[in-house]
Design a protein around this ligand. Structure first.
Ligand SMILES: Cc1cc2nc3c(=O)[nH]c(=O)nc-3n(C[C@H](O)[C@H](O)[C@H](O)COP(=O)(O)OP(=O)(O)OC[C@H]3O[C@@H](n4cnc5c(N)ncnc54)[C@H](O)[C@@H]3O)c2cc1C
Length: 469
């Protein structure tokens, strides 16, 4: 077979060892193994100049580009199509820490750095990089920025968008846009970095970022409570925020069904309560100073919650090992669902005050329209973000269940729209929700998005078929 001329030129640009044309399976499928593609090649540039050279070659040959980071995304956004004409550019070799500036509370890092490495880098200078997600051992900061990742500490520190001060981006033309500023104040016109944050690789390739660092808390307290209902969980959230203020960093809701499935798949995970309850909340508070003082405040706030009957039962961890074990329970819920696949997943956000009514109404509607289906609900309740996933009735056929995908989405997403929510809180649109987006955004909002895309990517080469059609 005649090799596409791009391949030889790409080898020239980045070195033959970094242009892969065989054994591409790992780059051609998403984490959930729902989307499968067939890339022309996978190219692994080693620095920004090489990224720029490869992008120019793609433009010259009119080959579209699929940026890929850790490939842990949940909506097929980093998966090429099956045309055999798309080039996957993986950023993994851009993994240098360019600078750490503790006095400015910033670090400048390359896009392929794994999130956990950045958390450790921050900690080594007594700072915190607060983004924390279940995939942190393999997702990359470029992917985090391109998806505006959320995670478990948004309540206190915000989304990735709130943690990025500057970016370096290779535009679809191959030009390098240097926005790498470490400034907290800079009102000099449009803040272009925000266009690329959450753009899912459709506007350019992020090659480096300047990130905010926070004070590293020295004290932590972690607890899990059982609550009777999501409505009481929302009241508890208010109570705990009033009592703990800025120290409050995570508030994760999990249904009994979700916890039971996770423990069934991973039996070594802890069983926090002797008796089963309908709902649980995992909480963390963190501060400077000593553990003992913080734990005393946390305990007193929870005792008050017990007196007010906001919670039924409370476990406060007594050691770091116990705290880690409770977090492992939470971090493994996505993996557990992979074992129970296929499930029809939703990543939605709602005004926090509306979450209980949403759960009540939509659970009832799903139960009546899809008898025997099993709902797994969990999420970052402090941010109004729910993962609301429906699995097939036990013992029924997988393929038949997946045929109900659109009908299930219709119920959930129509309710999200009624409650003024979002059909994608943190995972993005990718290819999974691209056809649904026009139903939930105004024609004008979509046209403004398309105008931006046309201006930056006139050849429509950057990750086509994702976010916008
Ligand atoms: C177990 C598990 C738990 C998770 N928990 C959370 C969570 O709590 N919160 C959350 O928000 N997400 C979560 N995710 C989803 C996922 O980890 C995040 O979306 C993550 O930010 C993706 O990073 P990545 O490097 O894997 O990106 P990829 O999956 O490789 O790519 C994602 C998107 O970013 C684009 N992209 C990647 N790198 C670049 C770049 N350098 N420049 C331009 N575009 C780029 C891709 O084209 C694609 O559109 C979870 C995933 C798993 C598997």
């Amino acid at each position: 077979m005649i090799e596409h001329p791009f391949i030889a030129q790409a080898r020239e640009a980045v070195g033959a060892a970094h242009v892969l044309t065989q054994d591409l399976a790992a780059y051609a499928v998403d984490w959930k193994e729902k989307y499968h593609g067939r890339p022309l090649a996978v190219v692994r540039p080693g620095n920004t100049a090489e990224v720029s050279a490869v992008v120019q070659l793609c433009a010259q040959h009119r080959l579209s580009i699929v940026p890929q980071g850790g490939n842990t995304g949940m909506c097929g956004a980093a998966t090429p199509d099956d045309s055999g004409q798309q080039v996957v550019i993986t950023l993994s070799r851009l993994n240098k820490i360019r600078a750490v500036d503790p006095a400015n509370n910033t670090m400048t890092v390359e896009a392929g750095c794994v999130l956990q490495t950045l958390q450790e880098t921050a900690e080594s200078v007594n700072r915190l990089y607060p983004l924390s997600v279940g995939s942190e051992g393999s997702c990359q900061i470029g992917g985090n920025i391109a998806t505006n990742a959320g995670g478990v500490q948004v309540l206190r520190y915000g989304n990735t968008r709130d943690l990025v001060l500057g970016l370096e981006v290779v535009l679809p033309s191959g030009e390098v846009l240097d926005l790498l500023r470490g400034l907290r104040k800079d009102n000099t016109g449009y803040d272009l970095k925000h266009l690329f944050i959450g753009s899912e690789g459709t506007l350019g390739l992020i090659t480096a970022a300047t990130l905010k660092l926070m004070p590293l808390p020295s004290a932590h307290a972690v607890g899990m409570v059982a609550v009777k209902s999501p409505a009481l969980a929302v009241e508890l959230l208010q109570h705990m925020r009033d009592r703990m203020g800025e120290r409050f960093s995570a508030f994760e809701l999990m249904s009994h069904a979700m916890v039971a499935l996770t423990r069934r798949v991973f039996p070594a995970l802890p069983q926090p309560f002797a008796q089963a309850h309908d709902w649980y909340v995992l909480m963390e508070v963190a501060d400077g100073g000593a553990d003992a003082a913080l734990t005393a405040d946390f305990q007193s706030a929870l005792e008050q919650a017990l007196e007010r009957e906001l919670v039924i039962d409370v476990v406060i961890t007594q050691s770091q090992a116990q705290a880690r074990a409770l977090w492992e329970l939470r971090d493994n819920v996505s993996e557990a669902q992979q074992h129970d696949a296929p499930n029809i997943k939703h990543d939605i956000s709602l005004p926090v005050s509306q979450v209980p009514r949403f759960i009540d109404e939509v659970s009832a509607e799903l139960a009546s329209k899809f008898p025997g289906s099993r709902l797994f609900c969990f999420g970052h309740l402090g941010d109004g973000n729910l993962h609301f996933n429906l699995s097939r009735p036990e013992g029924t056929d997988n393929a038949l269940w997946l045929k109900k995908n659109d009908a299930v989405n219709d119920v959930v997403h129509a309710a999200v729209a009624r409650f003024n929510g979002s059909i994608s809180a943190e995972h993005g649109i990718g290819q999974q929700k691209v056809d649904e987006l026009p139903r939930y955004k105004s024609a004008l909002e979509l046209e403004v998005m398309r105008a931006i895309k046309r201006a930056l990517d006139p050849l429509q080469l950057m990750n086509p078929g994702k976010v916008l059609r």
